[in-house]
Design a protein around this ligand. Structure first.
Ligand code: PHE
Length: 347
């Protein structure tokens, strides 16, 4: 009787040892594995059932069956651990396979931007003037009356002020500079001749149509020294225009007026489209207006304490957008400021 009991328990244990690995092998995910474990090793599991039965064994049989039960328990646990490890490894392997990437594939090119057409023209112009010894200077965009008007020989009631469509700030205390000629004054105030500078920057006028925007850019130029003549002006500006539009470009000077230069002139260049024959770009004249210039008015020198009997100079002001329009064949100034990428990409 006692022997039958003992044998049957040992058989049960053997059955657990055999069935457990088979049950684990059926499980196809971690949750199922755990279910199998609970079925065999859980508090109400099949091994616990066997252990409960042991109470009915005689004292002499208990050590043997107990040792067998322990051994089976350890076996089941290590089988479970091994199955779990295999599962995790398979999972990692699956991820590695799925996330595999081909390091030999060529890269996807990043779209490279480029400089705005106005900046391109500015860089070209800077380069040309730097080769002639001009250094680049800058000044503030918010200015006062003195630097924008008075020191440039445009007194309070001078009609030239009306031409400028000035944006005033805080009553009339400040203004947005209407031209880069303000930088002439600032540089001359801070430095004795000789000086040779350009000053690129934004300027503002309350004006808006196909050829005018409230903000645009100019390059100011100024060369002051003893014995500077109109011939120097012609030489420098001819080189500049030919540098931008080609060596065969002709220039001519038309009398003009600016309060801060005397004499003053507009520089025209021969039309690069029709080579001077007359077309729609040059409105049939064969000439295109490029910039304003002149010899620095002695009155201006007085405002900056330069001796007008000792020093002469010339100055010029170039509209950058206008140059870019000519250079790139663009017909609407406003395109420069809309920054539509489809437009910008073309230059
Ligand atoms: N400041 C003038 C303008 O904005 C241009 C200019 C500059 C003319 C220097 C002569 C000399 O119209």
């Amino acid at each position: 009787m006692a022997d039958r009991m003992k044998d049957s328990l040992l058989q049960n244990l053997e059955r657990l040892r055999k069935e457990f690995p088979a049950a684990l092998a059926q499980a196809d995910d971690e949750a199922k594995l755990l279910e199998v474990k609970t079925e065999f090793l859980g508090k109400k599991g099949r091994l616990t059932e066997v252990l409960k039965e042991m109470g009915r064994l005689g004292a002499e049989d208990r050590p043997l069956v107990g040792a067998a039960a322990n051994e089976v328990k350890q076996f089941l646990e290590s089988e479970y651990d091994a199955a779990l490890r295999k599962f995790k490894a398979a999972q990692i392997e699956r991820h590695l396979q799925a996330d595999k990437f081909d390091v030999t594939l060529p890269g996807r090119p990043e779209a490279l931007g480029h400089l705005h057409p106005v900046t391109q023209i500015l860089d070209l112009a800077k380069d040309l003037f730097e080769r002639l010894g001009f250094v680049t200077r800058t000044g503030p965009e918010i200015e006062d009356d003195f630097h924008n008007f008075e020191a440039l020989n445009i007194p309070v009631h001078h009609p030239a002020r009306d031409l400028q469509d000035t944006f005033y700030l805080q009553g009339r205390k400040w203004l947005l500079r209407t031209h880069t000629s303000t930088v002439q004054i600032r540089v001359m105030k801070g430095q004795r001749p000789p000086l040779r500078m350009i000053a690129p920057g934004a300027v503002y006028r309350s004006d808006s149509d196909v050829t005018h925007t409230p903000m645009f850019h100019q390059i100011e130029g100024l060369w002051v020294d003893e014995g500077i003549t109109f011939a120097d002006l012609k030489g420098v500006l001819s080189l500049f225009v030919q540098g931008l539009f080609g060596a065969s470009t002709q220039v001519r000077f038309r009398p003009s007026f600016f309060p801060f230069t005397e004499p003053s002139a507009e520089l025209d260049m021969s039309c690069f489209k029709c080579a001077g024959k007359g077309c729609n770009l040059c409105k049939g004249t064969g000439w295109i207006e490029v910039l304003g210039c002149g010899m620095v008015d002695p009155e201006v020198f007085k405002f900056v304490d330069y001796d007008p009997d000792k020093y002469q100079g010339f100055a010029f002001g170039i509209g950058l957008e206008r140059l870019a329009m000519l250079k790139f064949g663009i017909n609407d100034l406003r395109l420069f400021f809309e920054n539509d990428i489809r437009f910008l990409r073309q230059f």
